[in-house]
Design a protein around this ligand. Structure first.
Ligand SMILES: Nc1ncnc2c1ncn2[C@@H]1O[C@H](COP(=O)(O)OP(=O)(O)OP(=O)(O)O)[C@@H](O)[C@H]1O
Length: 223
């Protein structure tokens, strides 16, 4: 489903070149639950952004369901984004001025769906997360946990099979973090592929595989 072949990502700052990812080769199968760990600056977010089609490799190839992402133009790339792969908490934000319903509707507006088809998808995603009675509320009228569920429902409504999250438990207390992870666990049981960047060993316990990065490379020896 996901294949990275010798992927490198470099950033140029003045005369310096920073190698954020250095020759990453990696396969991820449908239905896996992956934790990406490593010290600060090891390239975790860079890798997640490439997997999420937010960014392109400097060299090497990324195949998503057999399609070479490198060769897509911006328009094609943004089509793949949300359809196949989506960030659960893009900037952690729900749009403040939109209700939960409208927030969940956002990824659906890019598609040619009738209003009633959108409605069906929104209600289905909200029911899956147990927030079907919250749909007319604005984010500020919902609890933190309900907002999180609405953000996950938005990702689900997109229909993407691959859900990505960068430090989803970073700002949460332990209990809320565990509740969030049990939601991810359930979505994984239902067939979603989950990829989470984390510093939190509790999160990694939920993963079927942990990938450790060190200086932009996969650390073969970490356990
Ligand atoms: N847009 C950018 N321009 C220049 N350098 C960047 C950019 N983004 C990341 N880097 C550099 O690339 C390296 C990897 O950064 P990245 O954010 O992927 O690390 P990380 O493992 O996610 O770190 P953290 O755990 O602190 O979030 C770092 O040295 C960082 O400074």
């Amino acid at each position: 489903m996901i294949q990275l072949k010798h992927v490198t990502k470099e950033y140029q700052i003045g005369d310096d070149v920073i190698k954020a990812l250095d020759d990453i080769t990696l396969d991820i199968q449908a239905g896996e639950f992956i934790a990406i760990m490593g010290v600060s600056g090891s390239g975790k977010s860079t890798l997640l952004n490439i997997l999420g089609c937010m960014d392109r490799p400097s060299s090497g190839e990324y195949f998503l369901d057999g399609v070479s992402v490198n060769r897509l133009n911006d328009r094609e790339l943004s089509r793949i984004r949300n359809r196949k792969v989506t960030f659960v908490f893009q900037h952690f934000a729900l749009m403040e001025k939109y209700t939960a319903y409208e927030n969940i509707e956002l990824p659906l507006l890019q598609r040619r769906l009738s209003r009633s088809e959108r409605r069906k998808t929104i209600i289905q995603a909200a029911s899956q997360l147990g927030i079907e009675d919250q749909l007319s509320k604005l984010p500020k009228q919902m609890s933190g946990g309900q907002q999180q569920r609405a953000a996950i429902a938005r990702a689900l409504a997109s229909g993407a099979e691959i859900l990505l999250a960068d430090e989803p438990t970073g700002a949460l207390d332990r209990k809320t973090g565990e509740t969030l992870m049990s939601i991810f666990h359930e979505l994984n049981q239902q067939g979603k592929t989950i990829i989470i960047v984390t510093h939190d060993p509790m999160v990694a316990q939920y993963a079927s595989r942990t990938i450790y990065l060190s200086d932009g490379r996969i650390d073969q020896y970490a356990v």
